[in-house]
Design a protein around this ligand. Structure first.
Ligand SMILES: NC(=O)c1ccc[n+]([C@@H]2O[C@H](COP(=O)([O-])OP(=O)(O)OC[C@H]3O[C@@H](n4cnc5c(N)ncnc54)[C@H](OP(=O)(O)O)[C@@H]3O)[C@@H](O)[C@H]2O)c1
Length: 372
């Protein structure tokens, strides 16, 4: 895997880089932008470097830095004249402009139509390549979201549709509805995925593989926890960084015993490989089943350069196993019942290792019952 190769996103003809550029930290507006955001000059330098490295896949949202991320991207893309070359992804859901108006937020048709127009203006373009619902609002039917995505595709305002941060059942309903009614399909699930956060594995990975949705992994370094900046061997986290900010690691609940154990193992594995911890953590996610692209974040060119070199090596199986053991997620019900002895009993003690591919999640260790 390297940056001069492009991969298909889900069951579609859209080709994207295996590392996507995250721009949640472009600009200093909004509550998080104030604490974590990059200046306009740094944002531009990161954007330029990513394109020079061959990257084509850029992620933003109307919510990021209160619209400034989109505004900066629109300017950078226009000034470099690369609108057709880049695959531009943006998202809607949040009401960051009109407090008190319930229809200026959420996932309903009225807000999606309003939000896409506002994003197009900020991005200085007449189409968005990949448009995503940002977060489930617990209200809007999946059918309404899919129908509106389809209308936006037909109107030429978006090219493809995706979902971020929704329950698996909701994504399955949306995709099934789209297929049944020949509406534009959901080609992408954007979800948090890293050695810190693996709870998507039992449901979302098989869902994505079965229904043709490529996963894009957000916060692949656990918001920086796996970056090498925070090491238990060096005592309490110090220095300037996202996780040491007021809305950082303590606030996000990331500084805990389980995570420090994981960071210690990552440090050891990275040392054995002669690689940066961040590179090993990114490489691990990029090679996980179902993952179409990893959305990287960086606050400096040095960080970005390191991250862009994260795919030119392979983590040997033994070292992968060490990382997976220390980061193993809990097995949620009913997944414990999909392993032995239940499977053996169900199949009359015949071998079940020969089930058709795709029957079970290959990544989920609770589902790996090979029997003699
Ligand atoms: N759909 C969603 O709900 C959602 C949510 C969150 C993010 N996202 C997307 O995912 C993108 C990436 O998320 P993220 O920024 O949280 O990713 P991340 O990779 O988990 O964290 C990136 C941060 O880690 C630190 N870092 C990165 N590379 C480093 C290196 N080589 N050495 C040292 N430190 C390094 C930097 O933090 P410092 O500032 O401390 O230097 C950087 O800002 C976002 O920009 C956004 O596009 C989507």
């Amino acid at each position: 895997m390297s940056m001069d190769r492009y991969y298909l996103l889900g069951r579609s003809g859209l080709r994207v880089s295996p590392l996507s550029l995250g721009t949640m930290t472009f600009g200093k507006d909004g509550p998080y932008g104030g604490a974590w955001g990059s200046t306009d000059a740094t944002s531009r330098a990161l954007f330029d470097r990513y394109l020079e490295a061959g990257g084509n896949f850029i992620d933003t949202a109307d919510y990021y830095t209160a619209g400034t991320s989109e505004t900066l991207l629109g300017k950078f893309i226009e000034e470099r004249g690369v609108r057709d070359r880049v695959v531009l992804a943006s998202k809607y859901s949040y009401n960051s402009t009109t407090p008190g108006d319930p229809n200026a937020g959420g996932n309903g048709r009225k807000n999606m139509m309003r939000a896409v127009e506002a994003s197009l203006r900020r991005l200085r373009t007449d189409y968005i390549d990949l448009y995503l619902l940002h977060t489930w609002d617990r209200i809007t039917p999946a059918e309404e979201v899919v129908r509106t995505f389809d209308d936006l595709v037909r109107a030429g305002k978006i090219r493809y549709a995706g979902l971020s941060d929704v329950p698996a059942w909701y994504a399955a309903r949306a995709q099934t509805w789209a297929e049944a009614h020949a509406l534009t399909p959901i080609i992408n699930l954007q979800l948090q995925y890293s050695l810190v956060e693996r709870s998507l594995e039992p449901e979302f990975v098989p869902l994505a593989q079965t229904l043709g949705m490529g996963i894009t992994a957000w916060s692949p370094l656990g918001m920086g926890l796996l970056s090498g900046r925070y090491k238990p061997s060096e005592g309490r986290p110090q220095g300037e960084g996202r996780l040491t900010s007021a809305v950082g690691g303590e606030h996000l609940g990331l500084f805990n015993e389980r995570n420090w154990g994981l960071v210690a193992t990552l440090e050891k594995v990275a040392k054995e490989l002669g690689r940066d911890m961040s590179q090993v953590a990114l490489n691990w996610v990029a090679a996980q089943p179902g993952v179409g692209s990893v959305i990287i974040g960086a606050s400096s060119l040095k960080q970005l350069d390191g991250n862009l070199a994260a795919l030119d090596f392979t983590i040997p199986a033994g070292l992968r196993q060490q990382l997976e053991e220390v980061s193993a997620p809990a097995v949620p019900f009913p997944h414990g019942m999909f392993s032995n002895p239940y499977q053996l009993n169900m199949h009359g003690n015949a071998a079940v290792g020969d089930k058709p591919a795709g029957y079970t999640s290959p990544v989920f260790t609770g589902l790996a019952p090979t029997v003699g």
